[in-house]
Design a protein around this ligand. Structure first.
Ligand code: KIV
Length: 293
């Protein structure tokens, strides 16, 4: 896949004019980000969904900037081609435009190429301040999970005429401010299409119907490495969780029965021992930044 050019904010915007659908997944660590990049996705989102997907939290609310930054650095090391977007977690930007810029800059110093934040007109001062610092912004409207308490649960948004109109107004305001694309989450498919037609920038849908300009899924959902009942819009392309369960159970049985290790899996005196992780080629990947702050 490396012959394909590096994806930029500009090329994401141009995809809409060319009617090319944008493909995006979340990733939170080196191996999954590397596989997604090699598979040719356009945009990798280090989403705050990592709180639920890989840290075991009940919601995205507890996710902190240090947790996000740790994962952003791993993803950046793994993904030379895809556009890497870092998600501003709850309370990292709502508090003030200054906090929004400072925390966005912390992500960019770690190699992220853009940030995502949830909300429309209410967070325009934050969006404008981040853009004024030359940091590209991906908007996010609809069922924005950081507003779970305000919504009274994870409920499809934009179902009434007034809520749908407000969402369209939010999208237009974000576009005017200069965001390069907008994630639309958990809204009726008709509204997804309406917003996509109203904008010149692309929409990237998750549970927002087929008329969005692209689609994003949580990688762990699409590969079957998440727990619980998947949302209606999730399509599972693999059952990696089951594969892991079977592999570890087979190892358990082999150790307990003495079938592992075999003679071929044992060193003789005089053998040289490569490190256990010799098959990893992470060392080859260059970091996009070494700045700390
Ligand atoms: O945090 C996340 O993964 C997201 C996507 C679901 C859009 O915001």
């Amino acid at each position: 896949m490396s012959e394909r050019p590096k994806v930029t904010v500009r090329s994401i915007r141009e995809m809409k004019a060319r009617k090319e659908r944008i493909v995006s997944v979340t990733a939170y660590d080196y191996p999954t980000a590397r596989l997604a990049d090699e598979a040719g996705v356009d945009l990798i989102l280090v989403g705050d969904s990592l709180g639920m997907v890989v840290l075991g939290y009940e919601s995205t609310i507890p996710v902190t900037m240090p947790e996000m930054m740790h994962h952003v650095r791993a993803v950046v090391r793994a993904a030379p081609r895809a556009l890497v977007v870092a998600d501003l977690p709850f309370a990292s930007f709502q508090t003030s435009p200054e906090d929004a810029v400072r925390n966005s800059a912390r992500f960019v110093k770690r190699g992220a190429e853009a940030v995502k934040l949830e909300g429309g007109r209410r967070v325009l001062p934050q969006v404008e301040a981040i853009l004024a610092a030359d940091i590209p912004v991906l908007g996010h409207l609809g069922l924005t999970p950081q507003s779970v308490h305000a919504f009274g649960g994870y409920k499809v948004q934009g179902r009434t005429k007034s809520a749908a109109e407000a969402l369209v107004e939010d999208a237009l305001a974000l576009e005017r401010a200069g965001v390069f694309a907008i994630v639309l989450e958990g809204i009726p498919r008709g509204l997804g299409g309406e917003v996509s037609r109203a904008l010149t920038i692309p929409t990237i849908g998750i549970g927002a119907g087929a008329e969005c300009d692209g689609q994003v899924l949580v990688l762990h959902d699409l590969i079957g490495l998440s727990f619980g009942k998947p949302a209606k819009f999730v399509r599972r392309y693999a059952e990696v969780g089951e594969t892991i369960r079977h592999a570890v159970a087979a190892f358990r049985d082999d150790v307990r029965s003495g079938r592992y290790p075999s003679a071929a899996e044992t060193y003789e005196s005089g053998d040289t021992a490569p490190p256990a992780a010799a098959t990893q080629s992470g060392a080859k990947a260059s970091e996009k930044t070494s700045c700390e702050s």
